[in-house]
Ligand binder design. Sequence first.
Ligand SMILES: [Zn+2]
Length: 450
Amino acid sequence: MGFKEDADFARFVSMGAVGTAAVARNLRDQHGHAPIELERYAMANKVWQTKVKRLRLPDLACVRCGRRVESRAKSKLGIILSHSDTPGREWHAGGMRPDDWYAFLKADLSVFPAHAGSPTYFTTGALTASVGGAKRSAPKAASEGSEVTLTWPAWVPGRSGWFRGVDDEGRIVCEWEDGRTTRYWQWRNWPEPRYTYLDPGDSILGEESIVAGVVAAASELGCPGELWDLASDLGAPDAVDRYAAIKAVGATNRVDLAPRLARTTEHPEEDWRVRVEAYGSLARLQPEAWTDQLQELAADPEGAAEQHMEAVFVLSEIPTEEAATALATVASNRDLAVEVRSASAWGLGQGAALPSPPAAHHRRRRSLLSRFTRSLRSRTSPTTSPPRSSVGWRNRMNDGLRSLHSSCSDIGRWLHCSMQPTRTPKHGSGHFARWATSRPRSCGFSPGIG
Ligand SMILES: [Zn+2]
């Protein structure tokens, strides 16, 4: 992958992250939902070489009503979805039920912080009903699985103003900020039925508002409340239903359902990804009893590389001291592959925030990280040594360090200095000494979305 592709890829990934965060915020603040992320670290999975083949999951789910939401942010807004005729890769695949929502919004990454518009929601059912009117692009290269894009007819004006209604001749009337008026007649060429999404008098934001389209907009966006029967979904026949319920049990602190999760971990026919998720929720609910088992999965000599990585990623989302200790233990275990160890160090900076006050938190994290870096410097086993000449390893490590850096600048700065391949350990120790005696800054990192 060349530099340009790398940059494009990073932009694509952040577009998804920015969009999902904006949709979660909108669902929570405007509509009273309690969304959690179902999809784990889409970005992390791309950064590391060991790929975890995950269940295809919606981006978000509300832990109260159970509604699932896919977010689709684009620099040019439209009702657009990727599609492949390959079973399991259709636009609607991946655990989206007829009443679940697709959220379309504009995201602009050219400004800092990135800007996201307000989402427009459509149900899977409404998109299915109107899919006959969607335009299908030419397939991309065969290597990409003959993926196409489906574009449902819609109108997103380029400038801002107000929606005034539909006139007697069926034209959409908009008044712009400069006082001019547009009568948009072209939408009469779209297949019927056609819809407008604003009420007369509503404002239009240029490039951010979908004014009209062929898909019926989702009605009743407010959260209807506690409708999700988690206990029943833990025994559902569909793996995505079980996975989502397991994640919600951990997020909502349903200790009463812990015995059910424990049974899932023992079920011999259960999908390994669902089992790892059950360990993760258990480690949230009962850290002392379950975190060690997750750590064992991360270091299990019998386990596959993707299982090690997934266990590390699950640990790195759990905001307990036990999880941070487990990550540090994995990171300093010289019998493990360097990528699993690096991911653990990265995970300490990602989400395994400690619930202690900032100063204690900082000291604790500092000692955990020094354990890890000491072990890297005194490495003895050639099979697990970081191949410092390898550009790929360095890039991945630097990526992890950047993430550490943003969450805890002192630790990140020191790790970054001590791991530069041109620096000797002695030099690195000097950095450590300066770092260790400097006053801790606060770690302004908070896990989770929004
Ligand atoms: Zn809800």
